[in-house]
Design a protein around this ligand. Sequence first.
Ligand SMILES: [Zn+2]
Length: 205
Amino acid sequence: MAKLHFYYGVMASSKSALLCINAYNLKRTGNKFEVIKPSVDNRDSTSKIVSRIGLSTDARTIPNLDSYKPRRDTQFILIDEVQFFSPKDIDKLVEIADNSKTTIICYGLVVDSNGNMFPASKRLFEANAEKHEIETVCEMPGCVNSASHHLRFDEFGNVIRDGSQVEVGASQYKSVCRQHFNSIYYKLPNFNLLKYMHDEKNKHK
Ligand SMILES: [Zn+2]
C-alpha cells in the first residue's frame, strides 16, 4: 500500500468530513494518529477542523513543516487543506513517508479560482502520491458535470479574476465543471452570478 495519499476535490466536496470520519475510525480502532493543517498566520496552535455537515476533530495548525516531526509512535498523519502548504513542505512529507512506517493522508484542492494548480498539489502529483478523486457535481443550476474548478465572486456577483490563491472561506466561491469555468471565466467578461441565478429561477416559474 502506498504511504502517501492525496484525496482531492473541489470546495464543499466533503473532504473535511472524510478526514473527520477517518480520524474517528482511527481513534476507535486504537491507532496512533496526528491531524495537522496549515495556519494562515505564523502561529502554531491547536484548533478544530469542522466540516460543513457538522463533523469535527482536533488539529494542530502549523505555518510550515520545517521543524515538524511526528511523534515516534504515530502511524497516520492526516492533513487538511494541504494545498496551502509549500512544495518544500510536501517534500518533507515524502521524506517522512519514505523513511518511516507512517502513512500520510492529505486532503485538499487541486485548482484555484484562476484555473491554476496550487504548487503543493502539483508537488503531490509530481511525487506520485496515490490519488483519490472525491467527486461532486457542478454547482451551476441544471449542470450534471463533475466539478473540477472554482469561480470566485465578489459581493455583487462579479467574477474575481485576479484573486490570491490563499483566500479562505467558501461563501463567495462556486465549484464548477471545466466547461462552466472556461465559458464564464474567459468568454463572459460581464457575467454576474446574482443576475444569472435570478434569471434561472424565473425561467422555471
Ligand atoms: Zn457545469
